[in-house]
Design a protein around this ligand. Structure first.
Ligand code: M6R
Length: 594
């Protein structure tokens, strides 16, 4: 949430700040702003809306060699120019990503000392408190160090100090921040994707560290002492943010799932040693948020059904505060695309206190979760730009299938040779499903107010994901239900032409789901039936309006195929409704606040 950037060096900072902000726009896009030094004065330009709005307001003739910038996802205070960053108090100007939890208390202290506030934000308080400490200590490093002892919550902050015009400062706790290293120039960013084409090396700031950044020097401090830092190398091919002629990143990323499966087969299927042996644990907990949680729930079904081992899945924002039953024989698996989700990261920190072993299924290399876990399996999906997660989900499900496969083989429950053939067929099946013409279905349901998704067992989990995709990008209300549960209340909402999307891929309970579909059909619903081809059952043509046959693979892999039509139905409905598909309202790609 929120992206911050900074630059100090030999070039005009404004185009560099804007470029970085555009790349970090996935982190929030309510409003944006920059601060830069021109003729010894700090100038601030900020506005509501996306970075393009800010871009139009900037005077690029205003040459400046030092500046900071921000793209906002509002947490405190409405979306308006006053609440947007940068904020300024006395000598201090800052941009901030995170939440200062004790800001009310600090605001009161500062108000009593004569500070006044223009905005409703926690950030302005954070800024004023730094100014207050700076006035007391007359030394910015001491001031920041003192602030860190007082601040509660999370912050990644880039700071300009009026009377130190040749340095930028950063400090961080529980929100990500990196420093890109250039030649006679240095960069600040929430993540290195902002400047991956400008620098080949970067420093990851750790919690409670302070950075002092000059154009030709970087010093990192912790507890008032200068410390050594590691230099990471930028993986250039990790950041492919080109849309490649696709209308939207989401469509591009849906299409990429075909080649991704091939890539994953080459990396992992052919080398199962890279997949953790989970057989030595007594318990497995899987945690994640949103789509990653859904992938984890599929993981639970796969490991339970194919390797006969009980698994529990939890939403990370709940797990971090609930009573848990875990010890050093418990494996906690965290699924996360960004590797930065605050709740998921907090769970990892929590379970370490219980002695648990932790495994991350993560997409972004070197991200906070990837660094926090004991072992990581990268999902190798490449940069996912669209807020709605697609290829990250299927790659997470893929990795879960391999955890189940490896355990199943160890236990003698799965025949590896037979299943290998199915993995190899995944790319061609995905290609067929992405090329399918969904228009007929879309034209019938795109104007609906509510859409219901039905499935049983593991199919219900796929429907949770399908329903989330639809809500997220098209703003159509939808719910996923276990097919047998509808008649316990929700069926009262079904009326003539209410769209129902139903999935049947598990033959053992297919007839039960069909009975439930008949119940909604009898009440006038418009039923789109997604069904695994070759199921050995008779389906009465009366019970659906449209049918999509999904290629049949082994049940271990079927969820990877089942989600493709669901992603495309959501995408096409959102497109027809004219929604901003890649940047849906109120959302951000990386959720670094709780
Ligand atoms: O980066 P993560 O995978 O940890 O993110 C978790 C969720 O915020 C994310 O999956 C979210 O639900 C997606 N926008 C859904 O498409």
């Amino acid at each position: 949430m929120c992206g911050i950037v900074g630059y100090i060096g030999k070039k005009n900072s404004l185009p560099i700040l804007i470029k970085g902000l555009k790349r970090l726009e996935y982190r929030g896009y309510d409003s944006a702003g920059v601060a830069y030094i021109k003729d010894n004065n700090i100038k601030i330009v900020k506005t509501v809306g996306k970075i393009n709005n800010l871009d139009k307001l900037l005077n690029y003739n205003d040459e400046s060699f030092i500046g900071i910038g921000h793209t906002r996802w509002a947490t405190h205070g409405s979306v308006d120019t006053t609440n947007s960053h940068p904020h300024q108090a006395g000598s201090i100007t800052i941009v901030h990503n995170g939440i200062l939890e004790n800001y009310q208390e600090l605001k009161e202290i500062l108000t009593n000392k004569g500070y006044t506030f223009k905005s409703d934000t926690d950030t302005e308080v954070l800024c004023a408190y730094i100014d207050y400490e700076y006035n007391q200590t007359k030394n910015i490093l001491d001031a920041l160090n003192n602030c860190m002892k007082v601040f509660e919550g999370s912050y990644a902050t880039a700071i300009m100090v009026k009377d130190i015009p040749n340095k930028l400062f950063v400090m961080k706790k529980d929100s990500p921040l990196v420093i890109g290293i250039g030649e006679q120039e240095n960069y600040i960013a929430s993540d290195i994707s902002a400047y991956a084409d400008e620098t080949s090396a970067y420093i990851i700031l750790e919690d409670m560290e302070i950075g002092q950044i000059e154009k030709d020097n970087i010093s990192i401090y912790k507890n008032k002492k200068e410390i050594k830092y590691n230099i990471e190398q930028v993986e250039q091919d990790a950041f492919d943010s080109d849309k490649n002629n696709y209308e939207h990143y989401m469509l591009k990323e849906i299409s990429e799932q075909e080649n991704l499966m091939d890539k994953l087969n080459n990396i992992y299927l052919k080398n199962l040693d890279k997949i953790m042996d989970i057989s030595k644990y007594n318990k497995i907990h899987i945690i994640g948020c949103g789509t990653a949680y859904h992938a984890g729930m599929i993981g639970k079904y796969l490991i339970e059904n194919y390797s006969d081992f009980e698994v529990n899945t939890y939403i990370a924002s709940e797990y971090r505060y609930q009573k848990i039953f875990a010890d050093d024989k418990t494996l906690v698996i965290a699924a996360s695309q960004s590797g930065e989700t605050a709740d998921t990261l907090a769970c990892i920190k929590k379970v370490k206190k219980y002695g648990c072993k932790t495994l991350g299924i993560v997409n972004v290399k070197n991200s906070s979760i990837a660094r926090a876990v004991d072992e990581v399996i990268y999902t190798e999906a490449g940069q996912e730009v669209a807020v709605a997660s697609t290829k990250a989900y299927s790659s997470q499900v893929y990795i879960f299938s391999l955890l189940a496969l490896k355990l199943g083989i160890t236990k003698g429950l799965i025949n590896k040779n037979e299943i290998n053939k199915e993995y190899e067929k995944l790319p061609s099946y995905i290609k067929e499903l992405t090329n399918y013409d969904y228009e007929d279905i879309i034209s019938k349901i795109w104007q609906a107010k509510d859409v219901f998704y039905l499935g049983r067992g593991i199919d219900y989990i796929s429907m949770l994901e399908g329903s989330l995709k639809l809500k997220e990008i098209s703003y159509v209300h939808s719910e996923a239900y276990q097919a047998g549960e509808l008649k316990h209340g929700t069926i009262s909402l079904i009326e003539k032409d209410t769209p129902i999307i139903a999935l049947i891929s598990d033959e053992t309970i297919a007839l039960k789901t069909i009975s439930n579909i008949k119940e909604v059909k009898a009440r006038g619903a418009y039923v789109v039936l997604l069904i695994k081809e070759d199921l050995n059952i008779n389906i009465d043509k009366e019970c659906y309006d449209k049918i999509i046959e999904i290629n049949a693979t082994d049940n271990l892999l079927q969820p990877i195929l089942n989600v493709i039509p669901l992603q495309l139905i959501a995408y096409n409905i959102a497109k027809k409704r004219g929604c901003d598909i890649d940047k849906p309202r109120n959302l951000a790609k990386s959720v670094t606040v709780e």
